[in-house]
Design a protein around this ligand. Structure first.
Ligand SMILES: [Zn+2]
Length: 494
């Protein structure tokens, strides 16, 4: 009898173990299928598989992790497409999964919670008409192949690579998220639009930005692309509010930065008026493939961080910069007593409260103030760079000048541009002879440099050398016919 009981028990346990075993296998199979679907770009298929894996084996951390990631991904898609209900459902699932496997309060949890909260706020706006849509020109510089770049110790820097499509996808998601944040936090008063072009050109230079103990930090030289970016910028100069630049930087570290990208018309020679800007290095880790794309969703925060610098600038300054940093908090609280910083030390926590405060309060107040002066209404129109600092150059000028410069190599343009830079410094320092010889030297590399021709022409005018005035200004009128560079009226003879 006892033996029989034992045998029955043993059989039951074996069956249970067998059952659990097959459950685990089913969950594992669902997870594997999800991974394959994700690799192939079937995101909703992958999401369904990961969700199934979690249902079968609810405590498996790996399955929960991927379930969370895909729900964030699908939630973002829904939110950015205006499907708030679907977005809230996905973000809620993601948040539950996150809390189940790793609790709350870290930056990943914050990112999901924020998406969920902002989706509810965006939904509450209903259908809205923004006062202004800030127009962003997005250029992806497809390739990088640095030439003659050395690090702080003089060692050559080799860097060769291309932007991957998954990186572009990741950047577009970050832009969409930025737009969503801006719309929500301005109560629908401000929005963004993006016009994107992947430029099949090669970045060839970077300049040293910071020398650190163990490494050199760089910034890309956007004039150094093998094909000029001018044709993507000049024709739209008065409809561009900001320029976002993307590039790959294998082997040369770059911090993302804002407001430091010139609107290149003719490389090293002619630049447009100031615009907002962001430059984003596509560091290899961000999104080399679909798994990294969905895993690195908190990274899209960086685009919002950088754009806040554009907001600071367009607002006429919001100080201190990075006012949310621990060392600045006391100072910031004095400047903005109503700001309540989040004491959570996790990445983006305190920072978010700072941005949220200023988007709710400082920015609208500054826009109203600017509107009173500029008469641009409604107030958020003052968030435009194109409207507040238009470029009055004639449309045909770009083609005329480009034709004149067509035969001059990029290298020669650069040498001329550097000499003009030095000459300007000499001129500002009242070192007239030095300035004159530097401008003249610049013309040996680029005989049509408009600024060199103009400064030499004006110098000749002051020296009453009418033959030289004629020489410089007749060339200038031919290659760069612009009223701002017109020849001075001839001195009256008495
Ligand atoms: Zn910053």
């Amino acid at each position: 009898m006892r033996t029989i009981v034992m045998i029955v028990l043993a059989l039951c346990m074996a069956a249970q173990t067998g059952f659990a075993q097959s459950q685990r296998e089913q969950a594992r199979a669902a997870y594997d299928a999800g991974t394959t679907r994700l690799d192939s770009g079937d995101f909703s298929g992958a999401a369904a598989d990961f969700e199934r894996a979690c249902r079968i084996e609810p405590d498996n951390r790996t399955y929960l992790l991927w379930h969370m990631r895909l729900q964030v991904y699908l939630g973002q898609n829904a939110a950015f497409a205006g499907n708030h209900r679907q977005a809230i459902a996905s973000f809620t699932q993601a948040l539950n999964a996150k809390e189940k496997f790793s609790g709350s309060g870290d930056s990943e949890h914050l990112a999901i919670k924020r998406l969920l909260d902002l989706t509810r706020e965006h939904q509450a706006l209903g259908s809205f008409r923004p006062e202004y849509v800030h127009r962003v020109r997005v250029l992806y510089i497809r390739h990088t192949d640095l030439k003659d770049v050395v690090d702080k110790d003089g060692r050559p820097v080799k860097s060769k690579g291309s932007i991957k499509d998954s990186q572009i996808t990741a950047s577009i998601r970050a832009q969409d998220q930025l737009k969503f944040f801006i719309e929500t936090l301005t109560g629908g008063k401000l929005s963004l639009s993006f016009e994107r072009t992947v430029v099949n050109t090669t970045l060839t230079r970077a300049v040293i930005y910071a020398r650190q103990a163990n490494r050199t930090m760089y910034r890309p030289d956007f004039s150094s692309t093998s094909e000029s970016l001018g044709p993507y910028l000049f024709p739209q100069r008065n409809s561009i509010d900001s320029v976002f630049m993307y590039f790959v930087n294998p082997g040369f570290p770059v911090w993302p930065f804002a407001n430091g990208v010139p609107m290149v018309y003719i490389p090293y020679t002619w630049y447009g008026p100031g615009r907002g800007s962001i430059a984003m290095p596509m560091d290899a880790a961000v999104a080399k493939n679909n798994s990294e794309l969905v895993a690195n969703f908190p990274h899209s925060w960086v685009t919002f961080h950088e754009f806040f610098h554009v907001i600071e600038r367009r607002s006429g300054g919001i100080g201190p910069t990075h006012g949310w940093l621990p060392e600045s908090i006391e100072k910031s609280k004095k400047a903005f007593p109503a700001w309540v910083p989040d004491p959570n030390e996790a990445w983006t926590a305190t920072e978010y409260t700072w941005y949220r405060y200023h988007l709710h309060n400082t920015l609208p107040a500054r826009m109203r103030l600017q509107s009173q002066k500029s008469k641009l209404v409604p107030p958020f129109k003052n968030f435009s760079f194109a409207l507040t600092s238009p470029d009055a150059h004639a449309d045909g000028l770009f083609a005329t000048y480009s034709r004149a410069l067509a035969g001059i190599s990029l290298d020669r343009l650069r040498q001329a541009g550097e000499l003009v830079g030095k000459a300007d410094k000499a001129r500002q320092g009242k070192r007239v002879d030095e300035a004159r010889s530097l401008y003249a030297e610049a013309l040996r590399h680029n005989p049509y440099h408009h600024r060199a021709l103009y400064e030499l022409g004006m110098d000749a005018y002051r020296r009453r050398d009418s033959a030289a005035v004629e020489r410089y200004f007749s060339t200038l009128e031919r290659v760069f016919p612009d009223p701002k560079y017109a020849r001075p009226r001839p001195a009256r003879t008495r």
